[in-house]
Write a protein that binds this ligand. Structure first.
Ligand SMILES: [Zn+2]
Length: 435
């Protein structure tokens, strides 16, 4: 058998249901897909590889899945901090976006976030922003698997003067990328407090027609809860349920301010949640009841949110903090054990995006999104349990190789797909212009 690529010699964590780690294992890739997973000696005997990547002293595992981000906001990293969400958005972020964001800056910011993400082991990002075609260019150039859209609000966005225009651009993205291998188009009305019920219903119908994710910010802050309750007499979740827009295609970002009845609605409608622990903490929004969601069987993925509110796209950091946070708040160290946390980072995130038939585990037939993490530094030795190291000790900088859709995009911590030095100069020039 001929392989395009063989990642070999490391401990394989396939994340397949019930699968144990394979010491001295290997993963073989052909035509963008995983074709074999097993002991390195068996795979070496099974075929010849055009390219061999050494993973000795490391882990071979599925790439991390970031279920909620605004990649272009990497250009606004550290631009406005230590403010509540409403003031931060209305007085700082939205005016800055209107002034600074265009197709070119969105391409640049998205590409910069893609480089940051890939180097941190993230192989899929679910993005919600404006100028969706510019985000697609960044996805294509970097090789990052990207869920993207054209954000829709009732009022003008940097890209669209009206929701009609945003809807038309979303539809064009759905048509253009419906069978794409790397890009997954989606529908994204911003939130309950910025999009009218008529548009929420039209958006849900569009997502259903194309069978794509319906992304929305939901129950993020206390002020959103109060505003929607005042307007409708309902919680944000109950309001969307009454509109009939909740379904298994719904990917609700945040869900911090939800009660038991809201959680029941989320579970009954098969809604997936993208939880953003660092962003919610930094904006003082609160802590999402992730344990209650998981207890109800809700699909949960982890997200970083934009780099203006996180302030990085290092998903591993979000996951590690989330585990500690819920152990502490519940006075129970047994919750969110290490293996479950790594599942949420990989196959759980893929499931929340409805992509777990394609990515999220290392199994023959799945697309080849694979990372190698090197665990030979002082902070990761000795190694008794690889899951424990991922949950409590490893860092993004331990990511050594990254493969997306069978393409080697990071080798020995160097991004191969884009000129990082040239990009760094462009980002620095942008900051100098903004002053
Ligand atoms: Zn967001």
């Amino acid at each position: 058998m001929e392989f395009d690529l063989l990642l070999t010699g490391g401990t394989v964590l396939s994340l397949a249901k019930g699968a144990a780690p394979i010491a001295a294992g290997a993963v073989a890739v052909r035509d963008g897909a995983i074709v074999a997973v097993g002991p390195a000696a068996d795979l070496a005997a099974a075929g010849r590889a055009e390219r061999v990547l050494d993973a000795q002293g490391g882990l071979i595992l599925p790439g991390f899945v970031n279920t909620h981000a605004h990649m272009a906001m990497s250009l606004l990293r550290g631009f406005a901090d230590d403010l509540p969400l409403k003031v931060w958005l209305e007085k700082h972020i939205w005016p800055a976006e209107a002034r600074l964001m265009n197709a070119e800056t969105v391409r640049l910011g998205s590409l910069w976030a893609a480089v940051e993400s890939l180097k941190a082991g993230v192989t899929t990002v679910c993005d919600a922003y404006f100028f969706g075609e510019a985000v697609a260019k960044a996805a294509r150039a970097s090789g990052l698997r990207t869920v993207l859209t054209e954000g829709l609000l009732d009022f003008p966005t940097p890209a669209c003067p009206t929701p009609e225009v945003a809807f038309a651009k979303q539809t064009a993205l759905l048509e253009r990328y419906r069978d794409d291998r790397l890009i997954v188009p989606s529908v994204a009305p911003h939130a309950t407090y910025t999009v009218s019920p008529e548009w929420l219903i039209r958006e849900a119908a569009l997502a259903a027609e194309y069978n794509v994710p319906f992304q929305i910010h939901l129950a993020e802050t206390r002020s959103e809860l109060e505003e929607i309750r005042q307007r409708t007499g309902l919680s944000p979740v109950a309001y969307l349920a009454r509109l009939g827009v909740l379904s298994p295609q719904t990917l609700a970002a945040h869900c911090v301010h939800v009660d038991g009845a809201d959680l029941d609605l989320i579970a009954e409608n098969g809604v997936a949640v993208a939880t953003n622990p660092v962003s919610n903490l930094k904006l003082g929004s609160g802590v999402a009841p992730v344990l209650e969601m998981l207890a109800r069987g809700v699909r949960v993925g982890i997200g970083t949110d934009g780099a203006a509110s996180n302030n990085t796209t290092d998903l591993l950091r979000d996951a590690q903090l989330m585990a500690l946070l819920h152990k502490g708040l519940s006075y129970d160290p047994t919750v969110l054990p290490a293996r479950q946390l790594v599942e949420l980072l990989t196959v759980g995130g893929a499931g929340a995006l409805g992509l777990d038939d394609r990515i999220g585990t290392l199994e023959p037939g799945k697309r080849a999104d694979v990372i190698v993490m090197s665990l030979t530094e002082p902070h990761t030795l000795p190694l008794f349990d690889p899951f424990a190291h991922l949950a409590y000790a490893a860092r993004a900088a331990d990511v050594r190789h990254v493969v997306v859709e069978g393409r080697l995009v990071v080798e020995d911590r160097q991004v191969l797909t884009v000129d990082e030095a040239a990009l760094r100069a462009e980002v620095t020039a942008f900051a100098a212009r903004v002053g």
